[in-house]
Design a protein around this ligand. Sequence first.
Ligand code: FAD
Length: 596
Amino acid sequence: MQKYEAPIKDIEYLINSVFKINNYSNLDRFKKINPEITTMILEEASKFTQNVLLPLNQSGDSEGCKFEEGDVKTPDGFKEAYNTFIKGGWSSLTFDEEFGGQGLPTIIGVIVSEMIVSTNMAFGMYPGLTQGAYKAIEKIGNSEQKKLYLPKFSDGKWTGTMNLTEAHCGTDLGLIKTKAEPCPDGSYLITGSKIFISAGEHDLSENIVHLVLARLPDAPTGIKGISLFIVPKFLSNDNGELTDKNNVKCLSIENKMGIKASSTCEMKYESATGYLLGEKNKGMKAMFIMMNEARLGVGIQGLGMSEVAYQSAAEYTKDRLQGRSLNSPVNPELPADPIIVHPDVRRMLLSVKSFNESARALSIWIALNIDIAEHHPDSDTKKNASEFLALMTPIAKAFLTDTSFENVNLALQCYGGHGYIRDHGMEQFVRDTRITQLYEGTSGIQALDLVGRKLPQDMGRLLRQFFHPVDKFIKENISDKDISDIIMPLAKSFARLQQASAWVAENGMSNPNEAAGASSDYLKLFGIVTLGYMWAMMAKTSLSKLNEKDSDKQFHQDKINLSKFYMNKILPETSSLLSKITAGSKTLMSIESSNF
Ligand SMILES: Cc1cc2nc3c(=O)[nH]c(=O)nc-3n(C[C@H](O)[C@H](O)[C@H](O)COP(=O)(O)OP(=O)(O)OC[C@H]3O[C@@H](n4cnc5c(N)ncnc54)[C@H](O)[C@@H]3O)c2cc1C
């Protein structure tokens, strides 16, 4: 059975005790929240996601979206759920008040997104894409575009999409063929075909605003000749009242492995009216605004799936009776003990749990930096936060999703053969999670971004945004006896990460294949150490809380125990990753392509 309860206590612990968000009240957005308001939002979000979205998760998967003569029907109950979603104000949490939003900090958006994904990832795709479109128009749109589109996204009446992929190009967007012809009135005629467009057509909103990458007639070839256009399904007047249907069609929807209730559309633009968004030929820069936002969102998708899979598996392992505890029976009166007594089952559960709680900490750390980068009054602080985000984006995208896919498989494994049977819902988690490693740039492409762009940028300046706080934390705590069994393994793994970074930088300079060949292992090593740092911070927080009079001692002791599990059972993988990285790329490149 798919089981989910929003991890409110864990979230409150992270935002109030670990990251102490009351320290950020110098930022306007944080003035709107305090622990009571945050708890109220979390409780309402948990009610909506558990009561409205979760019951539609398996039915939505079985039913899928239906394509009927150019229209797409979402599964039963989705339209009503979407209406409840917008009535509850969930579409506009972090959007600017100027444009009808609630102006809340990004952490609130990230936390609510995790709950939405855990309960119904496919449903979350529709508002998720809208969020990216909102950001792109907010950052680079002109004032008329902001005035027209942003309030419509805020109230959820219109949704957004991102149209990059064409049949012959996904990763290499420099190959895009879709054309944009300028018209005398300043608009453009867009012609071309796009594939795999999430939420490209559906019945949830009255209009769909496509952000489309296309090429102007005089554009330079390759990636430098791509521009971004707003192409609405329905045209409108300046007040947002719909006028004519635009020449945009959905030709078909994909029959795919997972997230079946999310429409994945083949789109055809036949001289459709479009409006330039941002500067000519700077479309990729503009699209990256959407993609960076979306990449973090996909990392959160991984976490959300890993959480619901863990909760479902934990519940099952407490009920399923098989075998006896190796020490002494736990349930002598019953024919067997629950499988949670077995060390190997615990290994699986704890691997997932220790990931979830530290990945959630990372997502909150990143969300805090998004608000600092956008709203902090001090320009240096802003710049540091932006650099931190640039470094962390590929790690959050690839490491969180790759590990989550392993995790949902481990959670399924806890069910034995029953995990493979549809009714239990575990195989849906595996199918749904798999896409997170692919879209918004595959994990391999994130790893290349990390070693090829982020690592060398300004002689390693970005790296310092992570290395400095970790180094400082280790130095401050290494001689504290109470926490040395947590800090020592972190220090060792951190040293491996530093060694690997130097190796990649040095060898990548003389031969780019060395950096590229090491990239996926390097990103994984970076991700494991990052979560190790999250665990060390949590352990330190919980150790101090243990001594407080009214604290929940069991909660904090469990945090410390889980931190030790991570240090003992997960962090050592950094050693083999370092060996793999420094072994170089020779063996990867030694077999001729024709001999594969
Ligand atoms: C369900 C679903 C929803 C999607 N939603 C959207 C959407 O809303 N909008 C949109 O525009 N697109 C969307 N996509 C498309 C998605 O972003 C692309 O599929 C993805 O970026 C990969 O592109 P590709 O499929 O063409 O693979 P390719 O680019 O052909 O890559 C194939 C393999 O080669 C590797 N590779 C490619 N180039 C390199 C290189 N230079 N170095 C190393 N390895 C390389 C890749 O990592 C991958 O493993 C969606 C796809 C799916 C399946």
